[in-house]
Design a protein around this ligand. Structure first.
Ligand code: ZN
Length: 146
C-alpha cells in the first residue's frame, strides 16, 4: 500500500513539478549536472537570516530527478539552512542505507527511498540536494555528481 502511494507521489511530482521556474529575487543559485543520466537542474533560493524564504528550480531530467527537486522545494520552504542540511544528510542515508535509517522526519521525501533498490537512480534523486547545498554555500563551480 505504502509503496503504491509513494509511487503515485513520485509520478505526480514528476509530471507536474511544484515550484518549477526561475525565482526572480533569488540571492543564491547553482547548477547541477548528473552525467550518468543526463539530468540538469538549477536551484534558486531566497535566503534571509538563515531561513529559506523561497526556493524554486528549473531543469531537464528524468522523472526521479524532477520529482526529487519538486518534493525538495516543497519540503524546504520556510525551513532554516541548518535544517535543510540536516534533512539532506538524513535523506542521503535513507537512500544509501535504507535498512538502518529512519524516515520519520522526512515526510513525503521518504517516497524516494525506493530508489535505494536502483543504484543507477540514486544520483538522480540526490542531485537537487547537492545543488541546493552548493547554492546555500555560494559555491562557484557547477555541481557534478561524478
Ligand atoms: Zn536521472
Amino acid at each position: 500500500m505504502l509503496q503504491e502511494l509513494y509511487q503515485e507521489l513520485i509520478l505526480d511530482h514528476g509530471r507536474s513539478p511544484r515550484n518549477h521556474g526561475v525565482l526572480a529575487d533569488a540571492n543564491c543559485q547553482q547548477e547541477g549536472h548528473n552525467p550518468l543520466c543526463g539530468d540538469r537542474v538549477t536551484v534558486y533560493v531566497l535566503e534571509q537570516a538563515g531561513v529559506i524564504k523561497d526556493v524554486q528550480f528549473t531543469g531537464d531530467g528524468c522523472a526521479i530527478c524532477i520529482a526529487s527537486s519538486s518534493l525538495m522545494t516543497e519540503f524546504l520552504k520556510g525551513r532554516t539552512v541548518a535544517e535543510a542540511k540536516q534533512v539532506f544528510s538524513q535523506f542521503q542515508s535513507a537512500i544509501l542505507e535504507p535498512e538502518t535509517s529512519s524516515t520519520v522526519e522526512l515526510g513525503k521525501l521518504a517516497a524516494l527511498q525506493g530508489v535505494a533498490r536502483y543504484p543507477m537512480r540514486v544520483k538522480c534523486a540526490t542531485l537537487p540536494w547537492h545543488t541546493l547545498v552548493a547554492a546555500l554555500d555560494k559555491e562557484k563551480k557547477t555541481v557534478c555528481t561524478e
